[in-house]
Design a protein around this ligand. Structure first.
Ligand code: UDP
Length: 378
Protein backbone atom coordinates (compact mmCIF):
# COMPACT_ATOMS: atom_id res chain seq x y z
CA UNK A 1 0.00 0.00 0.00
CA UNK A 2 1.47 3.37 -1.07
CA UNK A 3 0.57 6.17 1.30
CA UNK A 4 0.91 9.93 1.00
CA UNK A 5 0.96 11.27 4.56
CA UNK A 6 0.28 14.99 4.98
CA UNK A 7 1.15 17.10 8.03
CA UNK A 8 1.17 20.88 8.25
CA UNK A 9 3.83 21.19 10.91
CA UNK A 10 7.57 21.61 10.71
CA UNK A 11 7.77 21.13 14.46
CA UNK A 12 7.58 17.84 16.31
CA UNK A 13 4.46 17.99 18.51
CA UNK A 14 2.61 14.92 19.76
CA UNK A 15 0.74 14.36 16.45
CA UNK A 16 4.01 14.45 14.53
CA UNK A 17 5.81 12.06 16.89
CA UNK A 18 2.86 9.69 16.54
CA UNK A 19 3.07 9.93 12.73
CA UNK A 20 6.71 8.79 12.79
CA UNK A 21 5.61 5.50 14.36
CA UNK A 22 2.72 5.11 11.91
CA UNK A 23 4.79 5.88 8.79
CA UNK A 24 7.77 3.65 9.72
CA UNK A 25 6.30 0.36 8.44
CA UNK A 26 5.53 2.09 5.11
CA UNK A 27 8.93 3.76 4.73
CA UNK A 28 9.65 1.98 1.41
CA UNK A 29 6.30 2.98 -0.04
CA UNK A 30 5.31 6.32 1.39
CA UNK A 31 6.00 10.01 1.37
CA UNK A 32 5.39 12.45 4.20
CA UNK A 33 4.45 15.80 2.68
CA UNK A 34 4.96 18.73 5.06
CA UNK A 35 3.62 22.28 4.79
CA UNK A 36 6.60 23.72 6.65
CA UNK A 37 10.29 23.01 7.09
CA UNK A 38 11.82 22.33 10.50
CA UNK A 39 12.99 19.78 13.06
CA UNK A 40 10.17 17.37 12.26
CA UNK A 41 11.62 16.91 8.78
CA UNK A 42 15.03 16.10 10.30
CA UNK A 43 13.43 13.56 12.65
CA UNK A 44 11.66 11.84 9.74
CA UNK A 45 14.93 11.69 7.82
CA UNK A 46 16.68 10.17 10.86
CA UNK A 47 14.02 7.46 10.82
CA UNK A 48 14.59 6.90 7.07
CA UNK A 49 11.06 7.99 6.23
CA UNK A 50 10.84 9.78 2.85
CA UNK A 51 9.83 13.39 3.39
CA UNK A 52 9.30 16.44 1.24
CA UNK A 53 8.42 20.00 2.19
CA UNK A 54 5.57 20.80 -0.20
CA UNK A 55 5.39 24.54 0.40
CA UNK A 56 7.60 27.20 1.90
CA UNK A 57 4.69 29.63 2.29
CA UNK A 58 3.31 29.96 5.79
CA UNK A 59 -0.42 29.17 5.85
CA UNK A 60 -1.90 31.94 7.98
CA UNK A 61 -4.99 30.21 9.42
CA UNK A 62 -4.76 29.66 13.18
CA UNK A 63 -6.94 27.58 15.47
CA UNK A 64 -8.98 30.68 16.35
CA UNK A 65 -9.22 32.14 12.81
CA UNK A 66 -12.45 33.58 11.42
CA UNK A 67 -14.14 32.63 8.14
CA UNK A 68 -12.77 35.73 6.32
CA UNK A 69 -9.22 34.90 7.40
CA UNK A 70 -9.81 31.34 6.26
CA UNK A 71 -10.97 32.50 2.83
CA UNK A 72 -7.96 34.80 2.45
CA UNK A 73 -5.69 31.83 3.00
CA UNK A 74 -7.34 29.84 0.20
CA UNK A 75 -5.38 31.77 -2.39
CA UNK A 76 -2.12 30.75 -0.71
CA UNK A 77 -3.26 27.15 -0.86
CA UNK A 78 -3.59 26.84 -4.64
CA UNK A 79 0.07 26.07 -5.51
CA UNK A 80 0.23 23.64 -2.58
CA UNK A 81 -3.01 21.97 -3.64
CA UNK A 82 -1.78 21.54 -7.20
CA UNK A 83 1.34 19.83 -5.91
CA UNK A 84 -0.56 17.58 -3.52
CA UNK A 85 -3.01 16.50 -6.25
CA UNK A 86 -0.14 15.64 -8.62
CA UNK A 87 1.72 13.75 -5.91
CA UNK A 88 -1.40 11.94 -4.66
CA UNK A 89 -1.88 10.33 -8.08
CA UNK A 90 1.29 8.31 -7.42
CA UNK A 91 -0.13 6.92 -4.14
CA UNK A 92 -3.05 4.69 -3.15
CA UNK A 93 -4.27 6.73 -0.20
CA UNK A 94 -4.00 10.18 1.39
CA UNK A 95 -3.48 10.17 5.17
CA UNK A 96 -4.00 13.61 6.72
CA UNK A 97 -2.48 13.99 10.18
CA UNK A 98 -3.43 17.58 11.07
CA UNK A 99 -6.30 19.95 10.36
CA UNK A 100 -4.77 22.03 7.57
CA UNK A 101 -3.52 18.79 6.05
CA UNK A 102 -7.09 17.53 6.24
CA UNK A 103 -8.49 20.49 4.30
CA UNK A 104 -5.82 20.16 1.60
CA UNK A 105 -6.15 16.36 1.68
CA UNK A 106 -9.93 16.46 1.26
CA UNK A 107 -9.74 18.63 -1.85
CA UNK A 108 -6.84 16.56 -3.22
CA UNK A 109 -8.77 13.36 -2.54
CA UNK A 110 -11.72 14.70 -4.55
CA UNK A 111 -9.52 15.79 -7.46
CA UNK A 112 -7.24 12.75 -7.54
CA UNK A 113 -9.83 10.10 -6.73
CA UNK A 114 -7.68 8.73 -3.88
CA UNK A 115 -9.38 7.78 -0.60
CA UNK A 116 -8.77 10.05 2.38
CA UNK A 117 -7.99 8.99 5.93
CA UNK A 118 -7.90 11.57 8.70
CA UNK A 119 -6.05 10.99 11.95
CA UNK A 120 -7.80 13.21 14.49
CA UNK A 121 -5.40 14.29 17.24
CA UNK A 122 -7.56 17.13 18.55
CA UNK A 123 -10.58 17.73 20.70
CA UNK A 124 -12.78 19.84 18.45
CA UNK A 125 -14.29 21.86 21.27
CA UNK A 126 -14.78 25.63 21.62
CA UNK A 127 -11.96 25.63 24.22
CA UNK A 128 -9.48 24.65 21.52
CA UNK A 129 -10.93 25.83 18.18
CA UNK A 130 -13.01 28.65 16.72
CA UNK A 131 -16.46 27.77 15.39
CA UNK A 132 -15.27 28.36 11.82
CA UNK A 133 -12.34 26.01 12.22
CA UNK A 134 -14.54 23.33 13.77
CA UNK A 135 -17.01 23.63 10.90
CA UNK A 136 -14.31 23.43 8.24
CA UNK A 137 -12.64 20.47 9.97
CA UNK A 138 -15.89 18.53 10.35
CA UNK A 139 -17.02 19.23 6.76
CA UNK A 140 -13.68 18.06 5.40
CA UNK A 141 -13.43 15.08 7.75
CA UNK A 142 -16.92 13.90 6.84
CA UNK A 143 -15.67 13.40 3.26
CA UNK A 144 -13.01 10.96 4.48
CA UNK A 145 -13.32 7.19 4.16
CA UNK A 146 -12.01 6.81 7.69
CA UNK A 147 -11.40 9.02 10.71
CA UNK A 148 -8.99 7.61 13.30
CA UNK A 149 -9.60 9.40 16.60
CA UNK A 150 -6.77 9.25 19.13
CA UNK A 151 -9.19 8.75 22.06
CA UNK A 152 -12.86 8.31 22.91
CA UNK A 153 -12.77 11.94 24.08
CA UNK A 154 -11.61 13.17 20.65
CA UNK A 155 -14.20 10.96 18.96
CA UNK A 156 -17.02 12.24 21.19
CA UNK A 157 -16.10 15.90 20.54
CA UNK A 158 -15.92 15.21 16.79
CA UNK A 159 -19.40 13.69 16.75
CA UNK A 160 -20.73 16.47 18.97
CA UNK A 161 -19.37 18.99 16.42
CA UNK A 162 -21.27 17.20 13.60
CA UNK A 163 -18.72 14.54 12.64
CA UNK A 164 -19.86 11.17 11.24
CA UNK A 165 -19.82 8.38 13.79
CA UNK A 166 -20.04 5.68 11.09
CA UNK A 167 -16.58 6.46 9.68
CA UNK A 168 -14.86 7.08 13.03
CA UNK A 169 -12.86 4.58 15.01
CA UNK A 170 -10.64 5.04 18.07
CA UNK A 171 -7.01 3.91 17.90
CA UNK A 172 -4.64 5.01 20.65
CA UNK A 173 -1.06 6.15 20.00
CA UNK A 174 1.48 3.34 19.86
CA UNK A 175 4.87 3.20 21.60
CA UNK A 176 7.82 0.85 21.52
CA UNK A 177 8.26 -0.13 25.19
CA UNK A 178 11.94 -0.90 24.60
CA UNK A 179 12.64 2.76 23.89
CA UNK A 180 11.64 3.56 27.45
CA UNK A 181 14.15 1.27 29.20
CA UNK A 182 17.03 3.27 30.66
CA UNK A 183 20.16 1.95 32.42
CA UNK A 184 20.50 2.81 36.11
CA UNK A 185 23.96 4.30 35.40
CA UNK A 186 22.46 6.73 32.85
CA UNK A 187 19.72 7.72 35.29
CA UNK A 188 22.34 8.42 37.95
CA UNK A 189 24.46 10.40 35.49
CA UNK A 190 21.46 12.45 34.29
CA UNK A 191 20.46 13.39 37.85
CA UNK A 192 24.05 14.36 38.59
CA UNK A 193 24.39 16.48 35.44
CA UNK A 194 21.17 18.31 36.25
CA UNK A 195 22.13 18.81 39.90
CA UNK A 196 19.11 16.83 41.09
CA UNK A 197 20.71 14.42 43.56
CA UNK A 198 18.84 14.20 46.86
CA UNK A 199 15.82 15.94 45.37
CA UNK A 200 12.34 14.61 44.73
CA UNK A 201 12.07 15.46 41.05
CA UNK A 202 8.73 16.14 39.40
CA UNK A 203 9.01 16.21 35.62
CA UNK A 204 6.68 18.13 33.32
CA UNK A 205 7.07 17.20 29.66
CA UNK A 206 5.19 19.40 27.28
CA UNK A 207 5.46 22.41 25.06
CA UNK A 208 5.20 25.60 27.07
CA UNK A 209 1.64 26.82 26.48
CA UNK A 210 -0.98 28.22 28.87
CA UNK A 211 -3.37 25.26 28.49
CA UNK A 212 -0.58 22.78 29.26
CA UNK A 213 -0.68 24.31 32.76
CA UNK A 214 2.98 24.55 33.76
CA UNK A 215 1.87 27.43 36.03
CA UNK A 216 -0.32 24.99 37.98
CA UNK A 217 2.68 22.80 38.76
CA UNK A 218 4.67 25.83 39.87
CA UNK A 219 1.82 26.91 42.16
CA UNK A 220 1.69 23.37 43.56
CA UNK A 221 5.44 23.29 44.11
CA UNK A 222 5.20 26.19 46.52
CA UNK A 223 2.86 24.03 48.65
CA UNK A 224 5.12 20.93 48.56
CA UNK A 225 8.00 20.06 50.91
CA UNK A 226 11.29 21.84 50.20
CA UNK A 227 13.03 18.87 48.51
CA UNK A 228 10.40 18.75 45.74
CA UNK A 229 11.93 20.19 42.58
CA UNK A 230 10.50 20.50 39.07
CA UNK A 231 11.99 20.16 35.62
CA UNK A 232 10.03 21.71 32.76
CA UNK A 233 10.92 19.95 29.53
CA UNK A 234 9.63 21.49 26.32
CA UNK A 235 9.66 24.72 24.40
CA UNK A 236 7.14 27.33 23.29
CA UNK A 237 6.60 25.61 19.92
CA UNK A 238 3.90 27.93 18.62
CA UNK A 239 5.09 31.36 19.74
CA UNK A 240 3.83 31.39 23.34
CA UNK A 241 6.76 33.57 24.51
CA UNK A 242 4.52 35.73 26.66
CA UNK A 243 3.54 32.66 28.71
CA UNK A 244 7.21 31.72 29.16
CA UNK A 245 7.90 35.18 30.56
CA UNK A 246 4.93 34.85 32.90
CA UNK A 247 6.27 31.51 34.16
CA UNK A 248 9.63 33.09 34.97
CA UNK A 249 7.89 35.95 36.77
CA UNK A 250 5.72 33.52 38.73
CA UNK A 251 8.79 31.50 39.78
CA UNK A 252 10.60 34.67 40.89
CA UNK A 253 7.61 36.00 42.82
CA UNK A 254 7.19 32.66 44.65
CA UNK A 255 10.94 32.46 45.36
CA UNK A 256 11.23 29.12 43.56
CA UNK A 257 14.27 29.91 41.38
CA UNK A 258 16.25 27.04 42.93
CA UNK A 259 13.44 24.54 42.59
CA UNK A 260 12.44 24.86 38.91
CA UNK A 261 14.64 24.13 35.90
CA UNK A 262 13.73 24.87 32.28
CA UNK A 263 15.39 22.32 30.00
CA UNK A 264 13.91 23.47 26.66
CA UNK A 265 12.92 21.02 23.91
CA UNK A 266 14.72 17.68 24.34
CA UNK A 267 14.86 14.53 22.30
CA UNK A 268 16.02 12.30 25.20
CA UNK A 269 12.59 12.08 26.87
CA UNK A 270 12.90 8.46 28.12
CA UNK A 271 16.19 9.22 29.90
CA UNK A 272 14.88 12.43 31.44
CA UNK A 273 11.62 10.82 32.54
CA UNK A 274 13.51 7.93 34.08
CA UNK A 275 15.58 10.45 36.04
CA UNK A 276 12.38 11.86 37.62
CA UNK A 277 10.61 10.57 40.73
CA UNK A 278 7.22 11.49 39.33
CA UNK A 279 5.70 12.92 36.15
CA UNK A 280 2.97 15.55 36.33
CA UNK A 281 0.52 16.32 33.54
CA UNK A 282 -1.37 19.51 34.28
CA UNK A 283 -3.39 20.50 31.22
CA UNK A 284 -6.18 22.91 32.12
CA UNK A 285 -8.26 22.03 29.04
CA UNK A 286 -9.16 18.46 28.08
CA UNK A 287 -6.15 16.65 26.61
CA UNK A 288 -7.01 14.76 23.39
CA UNK A 289 -4.71 11.85 24.30
CA UNK A 290 -1.64 12.76 26.38
CA UNK A 291 1.40 10.89 25.06
CA UNK A 292 3.47 12.02 28.04
CA UNK A 293 1.16 10.11 30.38
CA UNK A 294 1.79 6.80 28.60
CA UNK A 295 5.50 7.56 28.25
CA UNK A 296 5.79 8.11 32.01
CA UNK A 297 4.09 4.75 32.60
CA UNK A 298 6.46 3.02 30.18
CA UNK A 299 9.40 4.52 32.08
CA UNK A 300 7.97 3.01 35.27
CA UNK A 301 7.35 6.43 36.79
CA UNK A 302 4.28 7.37 38.80
CA UNK A 303 2.13 9.84 36.90
CA UNK A 304 -0.40 12.40 38.09
CA UNK A 305 -2.62 13.49 35.22
CA UNK A 306 -5.25 16.20 34.90
CA UNK A 307 -8.64 14.52 35.06
CA UNK A 308 -10.19 15.37 31.68
CA UNK A 309 -10.36 14.20 28.08
CA UNK A 310 -8.14 11.33 26.97
CA UNK A 311 -6.24 11.25 30.28
CA UNK A 312 -9.25 9.60 31.94
CA UNK A 313 -9.03 6.75 29.44
CA UNK A 314 -5.35 6.22 30.23
CA UNK A 315 -5.30 6.54 34.01
CA UNK A 316 -7.33 4.75 36.64
CA UNK A 317 -6.84 6.66 39.85
CA UNK A 318 -4.91 4.66 42.45
CA UNK A 319 -4.50 1.71 40.07
CA UNK A 320 -2.01 2.80 37.39
CA UNK A 321 -1.54 6.45 38.32
CA UNK A 322 -3.35 9.39 39.84
CA UNK A 323 -5.93 11.87 38.55
CA UNK A 324 -6.17 15.41 39.86
CA UNK A 325 -8.76 18.09 39.11
CA UNK A 326 -7.51 20.37 36.28
CA UNK A 327 -6.34 23.75 37.55
CA UNK A 328 -6.36 22.79 41.25
CA UNK A 329 -2.80 23.28 42.46
CA UNK A 330 -3.58 22.43 46.08
CA UNK A 331 -4.91 19.00 45.16
CA UNK A 332 -1.90 18.43 42.94
CA UNK A 333 0.46 19.44 45.76
CA UNK A 334 -1.24 16.99 48.10
CA UNK A 335 -0.88 14.15 45.60
CA UNK A 336 2.79 14.93 44.98
CA UNK A 337 3.39 14.99 48.74
CA UNK A 338 1.60 11.66 49.22
CA UNK A 339 3.74 10.07 46.49
CA UNK A 340 6.84 11.40 48.27
CA UNK A 341 5.70 10.07 51.63
CA UNK A 342 4.44 6.67 50.42
CA UNK A 343 7.20 5.50 48.08
CA UNK A 344 6.39 1.77 48.25
CA UNK A 345 2.72 2.09 47.42
CA UNK A 346 3.54 4.62 44.68
CA UNK A 347 6.18 2.32 43.16
CA UNK A 348 3.70 -0.56 43.07
CA UNK A 349 1.24 1.57 41.12
CA UNK A 350 3.98 2.70 38.73
CA UNK A 351 5.16 -0.89 38.16
CA UNK A 352 1.63 -2.03 37.43
CA UNK A 353 1.23 0.87 34.98
CA UNK A 354 4.46 -0.07 33.22
CA UNK A 355 3.34 -3.65 32.65
CA UNK A 356 -0.16 -2.82 31.46
CA UNK A 357 0.87 0.15 29.28
CA UNK A 358 3.56 -1.96 27.55
CA UNK A 359 0.80 -4.26 26.31
CA UNK A 360 -2.02 -1.81 25.78
CA UNK A 361 -0.04 0.72 23.74
CA UNK A 362 2.46 -1.59 22.03
CA UNK A 363 3.21 0.04 18.69
CA UNK A 364 3.15 -3.35 16.89
CA UNK A 365 -0.48 -3.96 17.87
CA UNK A 366 -1.49 -0.38 17.25
CA UNK A 367 0.09 -0.41 13.77
CA UNK A 368 -1.72 -3.65 13.01
CA UNK A 369 -5.02 -2.06 13.97
CA UNK A 370 -4.28 0.88 11.66
CA UNK A 371 -3.18 -1.41 8.78
CA UNK A 372 -6.40 -3.44 9.07
CA UNK A 373 -8.51 -0.29 8.94
CA UNK A 374 -6.58 1.12 5.95
CA UNK A 375 -6.87 -2.13 3.98
CA UNK A 376 -10.65 -2.01 4.35
CA UNK A 377 -10.71 1.43 2.72
CA UNK A 378 -8.71 0.62 -0.41
N1 UDP B 1 8.25 16.00 23.84
C1 UDP B 1 9.52 15.96 23.32
N2 UDP B 1 10.43 16.89 23.76
C2 UDP B 1 10.11 17.83 24.67
C3 UDP B 1 8.79 17.87 25.20
C4 UDP B 1 7.87 16.94 24.76
O1 UDP B 1 9.87 15.11 22.50
O2 UDP B 1 10.98 18.61 25.03
C5 UDP B 1 7.29 14.99 23.37
C6 UDP B 1 6.66 14.15 24.47
O3 UDP B 1 7.56 13.14 24.88
C7 UDP B 1 5.40 13.63 23.80
C8 UDP B 1 5.04 14.78 22.85
O4 UDP B 1 6.18 15.63 22.78
O5 UDP B 1 5.67 12.47 23.06
C9 UDP B 1 3.85 15.59 23.33
O6 UDP B 1 2.70 14.86 23.12
P1 UDP B 1 1.40 15.07 23.99
O7 UDP B 1 0.36 14.15 23.47
O8 UDP B 1 1.73 14.90 25.43
O9 UDP B 1 1.00 16.59 23.75
P2 UDP B 1 0.80 17.46 22.40
O10 UDP B 1 2.11 18.12 22.08
O11 UDP B 1 0.38 16.51 21.32
O12 UDP B 1 -0.26 18.44 22.76
Amino acid sequence: MKILFLDQSGKPGGAELCLIDIAKPYRDNCLVGLFADGDFKTLLEKNQIPVQVLTTQIIQVRKESSFAQGLASLEQLIPLLTKVVQTAREYDLIYANTQKALVVGAIASFLSGRPLVYHLHDILSPEHFSQTNRRIAVTAANRASLVIANSQASKAAFIEAGGRADITTVIYNGFDPQNYQTDKSIIHQTRQQLGLENKFVVGHFSRLAPWKGQHILIEALKQCPQQVTAILVGDALFGEQEYVQKLHQQIASLGLENRVKFLGFRSDIPQLMSACDLVAHTSTAAEPFGRVIVEAMLCGKPVIAAKAGGAIELVEHGINGFLSTPGKSQELAQMITTCLQEPEKTAMIANHAQTTASQRFDVKNINQQIAQQLLKKL
